[in-house]
Design a protein. Structure first.
Length: 345
């Protein structure tokens, strides 16, 4: 079998979610957008629902529709993008809750689905989604008369606890919402870790559930094992891979493994990344190509059957650092060719 195996530990994800939930005195939702950060929204959402999650957040209505199919009736499914043109049937038929981002969206929603639940998203300085303070001031009374079920905003710098933007956004959110009799939500994973001032009525951890920073206590969730197709000896002075970027300086044993950038293994991570086997870090030899990667396995003293790229020895944030990116991109880039295994109790 030449397909790499991506193993997702559902128990670890549930433990991470519960650990974040334990840091709050409010409801903790589960963010499962982008197919649960690339790990499988259907299975992860069901596991989190069994663990007690009652509210889920997705990016777009289509994700919400797929999630409703997985979860069935009952759980609250909120859509960050709000109510876009053409979404009314999905939102109405599948009981989705759009997070309204503008006056235009609010008009669209109340005209198409009068009485249907919705939330409001406010912009507290990130300038991405939500009503800015001036728009909110103009439509606030009308919006509140429609009985929103949640008012939320999103933190831009919560992964940096000392960043002044955190306090600035908290202050703006309070100025826009204090005194309102509507549940409020501001905290993502980083916001949960910032403390109770940021928690309000509902927190929305995402990356921390899946083992990523800034949740340093997170258990490891995803493991990627890649089979070896062939091993060969390379003499000093010989090269490996495209562009002759690797030149052997000694007699070297090279394993060619069955994965590459077509599988979401970012080409940029190659020079600073190794794979693991029997507790040893084995450097990549040459460039990561579309379907194949060369690895120097000389230190093993034997030919391995597979090598591990992602696992306890090298988590998503270590890979991200090697590629000059963030753990979110590593997880959400994981490709469709992997054989996926889900571990559960």
């Amino acid at each position: 079998m030449s397909t790499a195996t991506l193993t997702i530990d559902l128990n670890a994800a549930v433990a991470n979610w519960r650990a974040l939930d334990a840091k709050t005195d409010c409801e903790t939702a589960a963010v499962v957008k982008a197919d649960a950060y690339g790990l499988g929204a259907d299975k992860l959402a069901r596991a989190l629902a069994r663990a007690g999650a009652r509210s889920f957040f997705v990016a777009v209505a289509e994700e919400g529709a797929a999630l409703r199919q997985a979860l069935g009736p009952g759980p609250n499914i909120c859509v960050f993008s709000g109510h876009m043109p053409g979404d009314a049937d999905m939102i109405g038929d599948l009981e989705l809750t759009p997070m309204i981002n503008s006056l235009d969206q609010m008009i669209r929603h109340v005209e198409a689905l009068p009485g249907h639940a919705f939330g409001l998203q406010l912009d507290t300085g990130m300038n991405r989604l939500g009503m800015e303070p001036s728009e909110w001031s103009a439509v606030r009374d009308v919006a509140l008369a429609q009985n929103p079920v949640l008012i939320m905003s999103h933190l831009a710098c919560a992964d940096e606890p000392d960043h002044p933007m955190n306090a600035q956004q908290l202050r703006a959110f309070r100025e826009m919402t204090d005194g309102l009799d509507v549940p409020r939500s501001l905290a993502n994973t980083g916001g949960v870790l910032l403390g109770r001032d940021y928690h309000f009525d509902l927190c929305r951890p995402g990356i921390g559930t899946y083992g990523g920073a800034p949740f340093a206590e997170a258990r490891h969730v995803a493991t990627l094992d890649i089979p070896v197709i062939q091993c060969r000896d390379v003499a000093p002075g010989e090269t490996v891979g495209y562009g002759n970027s690797y030149v052997a300086s000694r007699p070297t044993r090279i394993a060619t493994i069955s994965a590459g950038y077509a599988d979401g293994i970012l080409r940029a991570m190659g020079p600073k990344t190794g794979l693991w086997c029997d507790g040893k870090r084995l450097p990549i030899a040459g460039r990561i190509s579309m379907d194949l990667i060369g690895v120097d396995v000389t230190a093993l003293g034997q030919d391995p059957k597979s090598l591990q790229l992602l696992g306890p020895n090298q988590g998503v944030d270590m890979l991200a650092d090697a590629a000059g990116t963030i753990g979110y991109e590593i997880l959400t880039s994981l490709g469709a060719r992997y054989t996926r295994r889900y571990l559960t109790a």
